[in-house]
Design a protein around this ligand. Structure first.
Ligand SMILES: Cc1cc2nc3c(=O)[nH]c(=O)nc-3n(C[C@H](O)[C@H](O)[C@H](O)COP(=O)(O)O)c2cc1C
Length: 168
């Protein structure tokens, strides 16, 4: 079964509620999803995962420095080519999930676009969106697993044009 880890930083529980619903959505599509506070996340859990979702609320127009350090430390976990997703609760500006996605992309991860942001405490309809993200993570992991590891780059959305074709 594919594995996903859902890692969060949440000061009053809002982003944690999002993490729980994302995990529920992924599990409903047969992905083994584990939720963890970023303090508890171990490098082995991250290495073993096919997908990593990271959530943080926004403080002073960014994510809190310990979360920033944690994401930078993921380089050691060989996360390139894993599926990534960023999420978080916010109040008025919501920069943290966007910054998380940027950092994930810099590490070579395949990040789901757009990021998921919910203002303050997620309502029932917001939790449905979180579950949808969990399902999208499951779909992307399965699609990535099906792709041939070697061979022609046809799955990369590259159309080959031979010499003399359509070059006018
Ligand atoms: C001291 C403080 C600073 C904050 N700064 C921001 C901010 O710059 N931008 C923003 O969108 N929300 C800001 N917020 C709002 C939080 O992101 C929001 O309350 C969020 O729901 C907290 O989620 P959590 O329980 O997962 O930590 C701030 C909240 C506090 C208490």
């Amino acid at each position: 079964m594919p594995k996903a880890v859902i890692i969060y930083l949440s000061t009053s529980g809002n982003t944690k509620k999002m993490a729980d619903a994302i995990a529920e959505g992924a599990r409903s599509r047969n992905v083994d999803a584990e939720i963890m506070n970023f303090h508890e996340a171990r490098i082995e859990d991250i290495r073993a995962a096919d997908a990593i979702a990271i959530g943080s609320s926004t403080f002073y127009y960014k994510m809190l420095p310990p979360m920033e350090k944690f994401i930078e430390s993921l380089e050691k976990a060989n996360v390139a080519d894993k599926v990534g997703a960023a999420f978080g609760s916010y109040g008025w500006s919501g920069e943290a999930p966007v910054m998380i996605a940027e950092k994930m992309r810099a590490l070579g991860m395949k990040v789901i676009d757009p990021v998921l942001r919910i203002q303050y405490e997620p309502a029932e309809k917001d939790l449905e969106e979180c579950k949808r993200l969990g399902k999208d993570i499951a779909a992307k992991v399965k699609k990535t697993a099906e792709k041939p590891k070697s061979g022609k780059p046809e799955d990369a959305g590259v159309r080959e044009v031979k010499m003399g074709e359509g070059g006018h």
